[in-house]
Write a protein that binds this ligand. Structure first.
Ligand code: CP
Length: 309
Protein backbone atom coordinates (compact mmCIF):
# COMPACT_ATOMS: atom_id res chain seq x y z
CA UNK A 1 0.00 0.00 0.00
CA UNK A 2 1.31 3.46 -0.95
CA UNK A 3 1.21 6.23 1.65
CA UNK A 4 1.63 9.96 1.20
CA UNK A 5 1.50 12.51 4.05
CA UNK A 6 1.13 11.25 7.64
CA UNK A 7 -0.63 14.02 9.55
CA UNK A 8 -3.27 12.48 11.85
CA UNK A 9 -4.30 9.03 13.02
CA UNK A 10 -7.74 9.81 11.54
CA UNK A 11 -6.25 8.79 8.18
CA UNK A 12 -5.49 5.28 9.45
CA UNK A 13 -8.96 4.12 10.44
CA UNK A 14 -8.64 0.79 8.66
CA UNK A 15 -7.77 -2.37 10.61
CA UNK A 16 -6.58 -4.03 7.39
CA UNK A 17 -4.14 -1.20 6.68
CA UNK A 18 -2.86 -1.41 10.25
CA UNK A 19 -2.47 -5.19 10.01
CA UNK A 20 -0.37 -4.70 6.86
CA UNK A 21 1.78 -2.09 8.62
CA UNK A 22 2.32 -4.42 11.59
CA UNK A 23 3.28 -7.30 9.30
CA UNK A 24 5.91 -5.15 7.63
CA UNK A 25 7.19 -4.00 11.05
CA UNK A 26 7.43 -7.65 12.19
CA UNK A 27 9.42 -8.48 9.05
CA UNK A 28 11.75 -5.54 9.64
CA UNK A 29 12.40 -6.69 13.18
CA UNK A 30 13.14 -10.23 12.04
CA UNK A 31 15.42 -9.07 9.20
CA UNK A 32 17.21 -6.66 11.52
CA UNK A 33 17.80 -9.49 14.01
CA UNK A 34 19.13 -11.77 11.23
CA UNK A 35 21.12 -8.99 9.58
CA UNK A 36 19.20 -9.51 6.33
CA UNK A 37 17.61 -6.08 5.84
CA UNK A 38 17.42 -5.00 2.18
CA UNK A 39 18.57 -1.50 1.17
CA UNK A 40 15.19 -0.70 -0.40
CA UNK A 41 15.52 3.04 0.25
CA UNK A 42 18.91 3.36 -1.45
CA UNK A 43 19.12 6.80 -3.12
CA UNK A 44 16.31 8.33 -1.03
CA UNK A 45 16.83 11.22 1.39
CA UNK A 46 14.82 11.95 4.54
CA UNK A 47 14.91 15.46 6.04
CA UNK A 48 14.38 15.41 9.83
CA UNK A 49 13.30 18.95 10.74
CA UNK A 50 12.80 19.25 14.49
CA UNK A 51 11.82 22.59 16.06
CA UNK A 52 11.27 20.83 19.42
CA UNK A 53 13.63 18.42 21.25
CA UNK A 54 13.40 14.68 20.66
CA UNK A 55 15.32 11.51 21.46
CA UNK A 56 13.11 8.63 20.32
CA UNK A 57 11.28 10.06 17.33
CA UNK A 58 14.23 11.70 15.60
CA UNK A 59 16.80 8.97 16.28
CA UNK A 60 14.43 6.12 15.41
CA UNK A 61 13.40 7.79 12.12
CA UNK A 62 17.05 8.46 11.26
CA UNK A 63 18.08 4.93 12.19
CA UNK A 64 15.12 3.49 10.23
CA UNK A 65 16.12 5.40 7.10
CA UNK A 66 19.79 4.36 7.37
CA UNK A 67 19.02 0.71 8.08
CA UNK A 68 17.01 0.61 4.83
CA UNK A 69 19.87 2.12 2.83
CA UNK A 70 18.56 5.70 2.69
CA UNK A 71 20.27 8.90 3.74
CA UNK A 72 19.35 11.65 6.18
CA UNK A 73 19.66 15.43 6.34
CA UNK A 74 18.73 16.74 9.73
CA UNK A 75 18.39 19.70 12.06
CA UNK A 76 17.51 19.76 15.73
CA UNK A 77 16.47 23.04 17.39
CA UNK A 78 15.43 24.16 13.91
CA UNK A 79 14.16 27.43 15.35
CA UNK A 80 17.82 28.31 16.08
CA UNK A 81 19.84 26.23 13.62
CA UNK A 82 17.91 26.95 10.45
CA UNK A 83 16.98 30.21 8.74
CA UNK A 84 13.91 30.37 11.01
CA UNK A 85 16.19 32.42 13.29
CA UNK A 86 16.46 35.00 10.48
CA UNK A 87 12.68 35.16 10.24
CA UNK A 88 11.96 32.58 7.52
CA UNK A 89 8.41 31.20 7.75
CA UNK A 90 7.73 27.49 8.22
CA UNK A 91 6.00 27.42 4.82
CA UNK A 92 9.03 28.86 3.03
CA UNK A 93 11.42 26.50 4.85
CA UNK A 94 9.33 23.45 3.95
CA UNK A 95 8.96 24.55 0.32
CA UNK A 96 12.75 24.76 0.10
CA UNK A 97 13.56 21.54 2.01
CA UNK A 98 11.09 19.59 -0.13
CA UNK A 99 13.37 20.35 -3.07
CA UNK A 100 16.26 18.60 -1.29
CA UNK A 101 14.58 15.51 0.21
CA UNK A 102 12.15 12.71 -0.71
CA UNK A 103 10.29 12.86 2.61
CA UNK A 104 10.18 15.37 5.48
CA UNK A 105 9.73 14.40 9.14
CA UNK A 106 8.59 17.52 10.99
CA UNK A 107 8.23 18.29 14.69
CA UNK A 108 6.99 21.79 15.49
CA UNK A 109 5.47 23.46 18.59
CA UNK A 110 2.45 24.80 16.71
CA UNK A 111 -0.69 22.71 16.38
CA UNK A 112 -1.62 22.36 12.71
CA UNK A 113 1.96 22.93 11.52
CA UNK A 114 2.29 19.50 9.88
CA UNK A 115 -0.91 20.02 7.91
CA UNK A 116 0.29 23.44 6.80
CA UNK A 117 3.64 21.92 5.77
CA UNK A 118 1.89 19.20 3.76
CA UNK A 119 0.04 21.89 1.80
CA UNK A 120 3.24 23.54 0.55
CA UNK A 121 5.59 20.53 0.33
CA UNK A 122 6.29 18.76 -2.96
CA UNK A 123 7.18 15.56 -1.03
CA UNK A 124 5.37 13.61 1.74
CA UNK A 125 5.39 15.17 5.22
CA UNK A 126 5.30 13.04 8.38
CA UNK A 127 3.96 14.70 11.52
CA UNK A 128 6.44 13.92 14.32
CA UNK A 129 4.41 15.98 16.81
CA UNK A 130 2.62 19.31 16.24
CA UNK A 131 2.41 21.09 19.58
CA UNK A 132 -0.53 19.81 21.61
CA UNK A 133 -2.14 18.37 18.47
CA UNK A 134 -1.13 14.89 17.37
CA UNK A 135 1.79 12.45 17.21
CA UNK A 136 0.47 9.82 14.78
CA UNK A 137 3.59 7.69 14.41
CA UNK A 138 3.78 7.34 18.20
CA UNK A 139 0.18 6.10 18.25
CA UNK A 140 0.96 3.58 15.50
CA UNK A 141 3.87 2.16 17.49
CA UNK A 142 1.68 2.22 20.61
CA UNK A 143 -1.06 0.04 19.14
CA UNK A 144 1.58 -2.21 17.56
CA UNK A 145 3.02 -2.63 21.06
CA UNK A 146 -0.40 -3.37 22.59
CA UNK A 147 -1.06 -6.07 20.02
CA UNK A 148 2.40 -7.61 20.51
CA UNK A 149 2.15 -7.56 24.28
CA UNK A 150 -1.51 -8.55 24.80
CA UNK A 151 -2.12 -10.48 21.57
CA UNK A 152 -5.27 -8.48 20.80
CA UNK A 153 -6.65 -5.00 20.19
CA UNK A 154 -10.34 -5.80 20.80
CA UNK A 155 -11.84 -6.13 24.28
CA UNK A 156 -9.38 -4.03 26.22
CA UNK A 157 -9.67 -1.46 28.98
CA UNK A 158 -7.15 1.36 28.83
CA UNK A 159 -6.28 3.95 31.47
CA UNK A 160 -4.63 7.09 30.12
CA UNK A 161 -2.97 8.91 32.99
CA UNK A 162 -1.42 12.34 33.47
CA UNK A 163 -1.43 15.34 31.16
CA UNK A 164 -4.35 14.51 28.89
CA UNK A 165 -4.79 18.16 27.96
CA UNK A 166 -1.37 18.61 26.33
CA UNK A 167 -0.43 14.99 25.60
CA UNK A 168 -0.51 14.67 21.83
CA UNK A 169 0.27 10.94 22.02
CA UNK A 170 -2.99 10.47 23.97
CA UNK A 171 -4.98 12.38 21.34
CA UNK A 172 -3.62 10.27 18.49
CA UNK A 173 -3.87 6.97 20.36
CA UNK A 174 -7.48 7.24 21.49
CA UNK A 175 -8.54 7.85 17.88
CA UNK A 176 -6.78 4.68 16.71
CA UNK A 177 -8.00 2.50 19.58
CA UNK A 178 -11.58 3.60 18.89
CA UNK A 179 -11.40 1.47 15.74
CA UNK A 180 -11.53 -1.75 17.71
CA UNK A 181 -14.38 -3.65 19.37
CA UNK A 182 -15.35 -3.22 22.99
CA UNK A 183 -12.72 -0.66 24.02
CA UNK A 184 -13.21 1.11 27.32
CA UNK A 185 -11.22 4.18 28.42
CA UNK A 186 -10.47 5.60 31.85
CA UNK A 187 -9.07 9.13 31.66
CA UNK A 188 -7.12 9.78 34.85
CA UNK A 189 -6.11 13.42 35.24
CA UNK A 190 -6.44 16.42 37.55
CA UNK A 191 -9.26 18.70 36.32
CA UNK A 192 -6.71 21.23 35.00
CA UNK A 193 -5.23 18.58 32.67
CA UNK A 194 -8.44 16.84 31.61
CA UNK A 195 -8.96 15.47 28.11
CA UNK A 196 -10.11 18.30 25.79
CA UNK A 197 -13.78 18.36 24.90
CA UNK A 198 -13.17 17.75 21.17
CA UNK A 199 -11.76 14.27 21.94
CA UNK A 200 -14.57 13.50 24.40
CA UNK A 201 -17.07 14.47 21.69
CA UNK A 202 -15.23 12.24 19.20
CA UNK A 203 -15.62 9.25 21.51
CA UNK A 204 -19.27 10.04 22.27
CA UNK A 205 -20.07 10.18 18.57
CA UNK A 206 -18.46 6.76 18.13
CA UNK A 207 -20.32 5.46 21.20
CA UNK A 208 -17.07 4.48 22.91
CA UNK A 209 -17.38 4.01 26.63
CA UNK A 210 -15.20 6.26 28.80
CA UNK A 211 -14.99 7.57 32.33
CA UNK A 212 -13.02 10.48 33.81
CA UNK A 213 -11.46 9.89 37.23
CA UNK A 214 -8.89 11.70 39.34
CA UNK A 215 -7.70 8.85 41.57
CA UNK A 216 -5.51 6.31 39.77
CA UNK A 217 -6.24 3.69 42.48
CA UNK A 218 -9.85 3.49 41.29
CA UNK A 219 -8.80 1.97 37.96
CA UNK A 220 -5.67 -0.11 38.57
CA UNK A 221 -7.46 -3.44 38.95
CA UNK A 222 -9.73 -2.78 35.95
CA UNK A 223 -7.30 -2.10 33.11
CA UNK A 224 -5.29 -4.10 30.60
CA UNK A 225 -3.17 -1.11 29.56
CA UNK A 226 -1.92 1.54 31.97
CA UNK A 227 -0.68 4.35 29.71
CA UNK A 228 1.27 6.87 31.79
CA UNK A 229 2.27 10.32 30.49
CA UNK A 230 4.51 13.15 31.61
CA UNK A 231 3.08 16.47 32.81
CA UNK A 232 4.37 18.68 30.01
CA UNK A 233 6.32 21.48 31.63
CA UNK A 234 6.95 23.21 28.30
CA UNK A 235 3.21 23.77 27.70
CA UNK A 236 2.59 25.63 30.99
CA UNK A 237 2.44 29.43 31.09
CA UNK A 238 3.26 29.52 34.81
CA UNK A 239 5.98 27.51 36.58
CA UNK A 240 3.90 27.70 39.77
CA UNK A 241 1.03 25.85 38.05
CA UNK A 242 3.45 23.21 36.75
CA UNK A 243 4.94 22.68 40.22
CA UNK A 244 1.44 22.12 41.64
CA UNK A 245 0.65 19.39 39.12
CA UNK A 246 3.95 17.74 38.17
CA UNK A 247 3.70 14.96 40.73
CA UNK A 248 -0.04 14.37 40.35
CA UNK A 249 0.57 10.66 39.67
CA UNK A 250 3.58 8.57 40.63
CA UNK A 251 3.65 4.88 39.83
CA UNK A 252 5.79 2.87 42.24
CA UNK A 253 5.91 -0.76 43.32
CA UNK A 254 3.32 -0.25 46.04
CA UNK A 255 0.84 1.30 43.57
CA UNK A 256 1.52 -1.59 41.20
CA UNK A 257 0.24 -4.19 43.66
CA UNK A 258 -3.32 -3.48 42.50
CA UNK A 259 -2.56 -3.74 38.78
CA UNK A 260 -3.61 -7.00 37.05
CA UNK A 261 -0.79 -9.49 36.48
CA UNK A 262 -1.67 -9.59 32.79
CA UNK A 263 -1.72 -5.80 32.35
CA UNK A 264 1.04 -3.77 30.69
CA UNK A 265 2.48 -0.38 31.63
CA UNK A 266 3.20 1.94 28.72
CA UNK A 267 4.66 5.44 28.45
CA UNK A 268 5.63 7.35 25.29
CA UNK A 269 8.69 8.61 27.23
CA UNK A 270 10.57 10.66 28.25
CA UNK A 271 9.50 10.12 31.87
CA UNK A 272 10.28 12.55 34.64
CA UNK A 273 8.96 11.34 38.00
CA UNK A 274 5.68 9.64 37.07
CA UNK A 275 7.19 6.13 36.97
CA UNK A 276 9.69 5.21 39.69
CA UNK A 277 12.86 3.48 38.50
CA UNK A 278 12.01 0.38 40.55
CA UNK A 279 9.02 -0.25 38.23
CA UNK A 280 11.44 -0.91 35.34
CA UNK A 281 12.16 -4.36 36.81
CA UNK A 282 8.49 -5.39 36.66
CA UNK A 283 7.70 -7.66 33.70
CA UNK A 284 4.57 -5.59 33.01
CA UNK A 285 6.73 -2.51 32.28
CA UNK A 286 6.58 -2.40 28.47
CA UNK A 287 7.83 1.15 27.82
CA UNK A 288 11.36 0.29 26.70
CA UNK A 289 10.05 -2.45 24.39
CA UNK A 290 7.50 0.12 23.15
CA UNK A 291 10.26 2.61 22.24
CA UNK A 292 12.20 -0.11 20.35
CA UNK A 293 9.05 -1.01 18.40
CA UNK A 294 9.08 2.58 17.12
CA UNK A 295 12.11 1.76 14.98
CA UNK A 296 10.33 -1.06 13.14
CA UNK A 297 7.04 0.83 12.69
CA UNK A 298 8.92 3.85 11.31
CA UNK A 299 10.88 1.62 8.94
CA UNK A 300 7.55 0.22 7.72
CA UNK A 301 6.07 3.70 7.26
CA UNK A 302 9.10 4.93 5.29
CA UNK A 303 8.88 1.83 3.07
CA UNK A 304 5.17 2.44 2.43
CA UNK A 305 5.89 6.07 1.52
CA UNK A 306 9.12 5.68 -0.45
CA UNK A 307 9.91 2.15 -1.53
CA UNK A 308 7.48 1.92 -4.49
CA UNK A 309 7.93 5.43 -5.84
N1 CP B 1 7.81 9.71 22.54
C1 CP B 1 8.47 10.73 21.97
O1 CP B 1 7.95 11.44 21.08
O2 CP B 1 9.74 10.91 22.43
P1 CP B 1 10.75 12.02 21.94
O3 CP B 1 10.19 13.37 22.36
O4 CP B 1 12.05 11.71 22.61
O5 CP B 1 10.83 11.94 20.44
Amino acid sequence: MQLNHVISTKQFLSPSFLAQLFKLADKNEEDDRNNTLKRVLNGKIMAAVFYEPSTRTRFSFESAMKKLGGDVITTESAGHFSSAIKGESLSDSIRIISGYADVIVLRHPRRGSAKLASQVSSVPVINAGDGTGEHPTQALLDIYTIEKELGRLDNISVAMVGDLLNGRTIHSLLILLSLYENIRFYFVAPSQLALPDEYQQYLKKKRIEFMEVQDIHEVLDKVDVLYMTRVQKERFKSDYDYQQLKNAYILDTSTLKRLKNTAIIMHPLPRVSEISLEVDMDKRAAYFRQAKNGLYIRMALLQMILANE
